[in-house]
Design a protein around this ligand. Structure first.
Ligand SMILES: NC(=O)c1ccc[n+]([C@@H]2O[C@H](COP(=O)([O-])OP(=O)(O)OC[C@H]3O[C@@H](n4cnc5c(N)ncnc54)[C@H](OP(=O)(O)O)[C@@H]3O)[C@@H](O)[C@H]2O)c1
Length: 267
């Protein structure tokens, strides 16, 4: 089944579902009238119907008319959604789940037919085409690559083993919150040094973007870029060492591990 031949259904067109749908159309993978969007309250997607998206309440209709089915509801809403679509799912469909913490086996356990299932873990930057999306598929490598094509249009992607999906959730999806906290702290420091909050925020945010872009573009280890900024006996190394004395790296790693332990025990 070629991705380009089939309609796409986004079941649960909330924050993430809408961002995926808009990205797919913006990148020309599909036209709006080849993308079904479902939710129980259609008034929230009326503006997308105006743009040509096929907005419907009926999940079965969307599934019957599509090949690729994106599951974008909250984890607790999944079982009843699958119950609705089970009568119309066939082996020809492909399910793509972005639902946090629900394994491929758990999804397959709810299905009445043997449908290939791909898991994808994007982050909220998908709304601006800057997601980091990790993808796992136990059915076929080819299928993982097909779905990777969709998410490539919405940021960077990596195909991973499903056993790393929880780690990917912490590092990539929760990671947005962790970096936001750094940005807030840097902004507060900037204000204490004399900037207005909007100026401090712009300096902090653009500097963070520049730091990330340097690594993305040249592939250097972060320490190589740090060496370029730390003059002997200068202000940068003094600040950096004080941050480490206060446990910066240790706090970050410990926070990631606490988050990871938590996600492993969420059920
Ligand atoms: N946000 C993130 O950073 C992120 C990252 C990776 C993965 N995820 C996962 O992605 C999923 C969606 O997240 P989100 O932030 O987009 O949540 P959301 O905004 O709550 O979207 C879920 C949507 O599903 C709709 N829905 C619920 N039951 C439905 C049903 N039976 N049929 C059709 N539509 C239904 C809801 O709308 P109605 O109430 O109108 O039906 C709602 O708009 C979650 O499982 C989350 O864990 C989120």
């Amino acid at each position: 089944m070629e991705l380009l031949d089939e309609n796409i259904a986004i079941l649960g067109a909330g924050n993430l579902g809408i961002a995926i749908a808009e990205g797919i159309v913006e990148e020309g993978l599909k036209k709006a009238d080849q993308v079904y969007l479902t939710r129980r309250n259609l008034k929230h997607v009326a503006h997308l119907a105006d743009q040509g998206f096929l907005t419907v309440e009926d999940n079965k209709l969307a599934v019957e008319s599509s090949g690729y089915i994106f599951l974008c509801v909250q984890p607790k809403q999944l079982a009843s959604l699958i119950e609705q679509i089970n009568p119309v799912l066939t082996e020809k469909h492909v399910l793509v789940s972005v639902i946090t913490g629900v394994s491929i086996d758990e999804i397959k356990g709810l299905l009445k037919v043997d449908v290939p299932v791909v898991r994808a873990m994007p982050n909220t930057a998908i709304a601006i085409g800057e997601s980091m999306t990790c993808i796992a598929c136990n059915d076929s490598k080819e299928l993982a690559l097909t779905i990777q094509k969709v998410f490539n249009s919405l940021g960077q992607t990596l195909v991973i083993d499903e056993k790393l999906m929880q780690a990917a959730t912490v590092l990539g999806a929760s990671g947005i919150a962790f970096f936001m906290r750094y940005l807030r702290a840097a902004t507060q420091g900037g204000i204490q040094m004399g900037f207005h909050s909007d100026e401090a925020q712009l300096i902090a945010v653009q500097t963070a973007k520049g730091a990330a872009s340097l690594i993305l573009e040249n592939g250097n280890h972060p320490e190589v870029e740090i060496d370029k900024v730390t003059t002997p006996q200068g202000c940068t190394i003094a600040g950096l060492n004080e941050m480490e004395h206060q446990g910066l790296s240790s706090a970050l790693i410990k926070g990631l591990m606490v988050s990871y332990d938590k996600i492993k025990n969420i059920k």
